[in-house]
Ligand binder design. Structure first.
Ligand code: ATP
Ligand code: ATP
Ligand code: MG
Ligand code: MG
Ligand code: MG
Ligand code: MG
Ligand code: MG
Length: 268
């Protein structure tokens, strides 16, 4: 590097602010697509859930986990993804802006790189993502954060599933469908789906109902086992999930995740 040392301009460097994150907290970075309501229209996403568009999101998130070994869990739904860094991470000296901008830009560029693997239409314009850093000091706070995101996908997906059934199959206008669903509870929407469309909501694909959890696991491939980034579509609100995947919150030593799980569909 060419040094500016000794130049009379160097003092400007001192205007930069220290943004290192305090120690011993979970660092969560959440990215979210900018105006994806419009982006999904422009690119003909299937409503309410375009499976391939979710696959692009999952592939981009997998690229982030491949690069940042200290991410112990990622959770995605719709146009958003949350990345959880282990508490002890020293990546980029815990500098907030570095972590946030690297994750957000790597996610964005990876989204573009993986696009054509899953989608038929070419990109009409460059998608972009906002990002934020949130710190959680306790296990309970972190679990509640992830539960909050998963509850969000449940509420939205139940509503959207009912809404699009009314529009696409019953021929209601958007306004009529909205009016019909206004003020209804979850149980009402479940009932409507079952009575009018013969749909048992719980039988819809788990990825739509639960979102996608990415974990590092040792998986069995043929005779051998290897580390992989594995997508799961489980309920993480229940304590069962945290009992099954104790390595997430435990002291993490790279390369020691070895709970063998059967190999599910890999997102790569
Ligand atoms: P860091 O991740 O810390 O930024 P870095 O390798 O990117 O590491 P920089 O100080 O940002 O380090 O320097 C960028 C380097 O990229 C330059 O030293 C040079 O080697 C290379 N580089 C960037 N742009 C060009 C270019 N247009 N032509 C040739 N080399 C380039
Ligand atoms: P903002 O810029 O404020 O985030 P937004 O339009 O992206 O605005 P969000 O609340 O982030 O608003 O919602 C994302 C929207 O993207 C959803 O409402 C949905 O319409 C669309 N969307 C995202 N992923 C999919 C998908 N896989 N299938 C269908 N639609 C999707
Ligand atoms: Mg550089
Ligand atoms: Mg540079
Ligand atoms: Mg938003
Ligand atoms: Mg968005
Ligand atoms: Mg969103």
């Amino acid at each position: 590097k060419r040094s500016m040392a000794c130049s009379r301009f160097e003092y400007v460097k001192s205007f930069e602010q220290d943004d290192s994150i305090l120690p011993n907290v979970w660092i969560v970075i959440r990215i979210d697509g900018k105006k994806f309501h419009k982006f999904s229209k422009t690119h003909d996403f299937e409503k309410p859930n375009d499976e391939n568009a979710l696959n692009v999101m999952n592939a981009a998130a997998t690229a982030v986990l491949q690069e940042f070994r200290d991410v112990v869990l990622a959770y995605g739904q719709s146009d958003e993804y949350s990345f959880v860094f282990r508490k002890e991470t020293t990546a980029f000296k815990r500098r907030s802006a570095k972590l946030l901008t690297y994750v957000t830009s790597l996610f964005s560029t990876s989204y573009v790189m993986h696009w054509s693997k899953w989608m038929n239409l070419p990109l009409a314009y460059a998608p972009c993502f906002d990002g934020r850093v949130v710190l959680y000091p306790s296990e309970q706070n972190l679990k509640d954060y992830l539960s909050w995101r998963q509850a969000d996908v449940h509420v939205n997906n139940l509503y959207n599933t009912a809404f699009w059934k009314l529009v696409l199959e019953k021929g209601l206008t958007n306004q009529e469908a909205e009016a019909k669903l206004r003020g209804t509870f979850s149980a009402d929407k479940n009932e409507l789906l079952f009575q009018e469309f013969g749909i048992n909501y719980n039988n819809l694909p788990a990825m739509y109902r639960k979102g996608t959890i990415l974990l590092r696991k040792r998986v069995i491939v043929g005779e051998k086992s290897r580390q992989a980034i594995v997508p799961l579509h489980e309920d993480l609100i229940s304590s069962h999930f945290w009992k099954q995947h104790t390595e997430i919150l435990g002291k993490y030593v790279p390369g020691t995740y070895d709970a063998p799980v059967p190999l599910p569909r890999l997102v790569e």
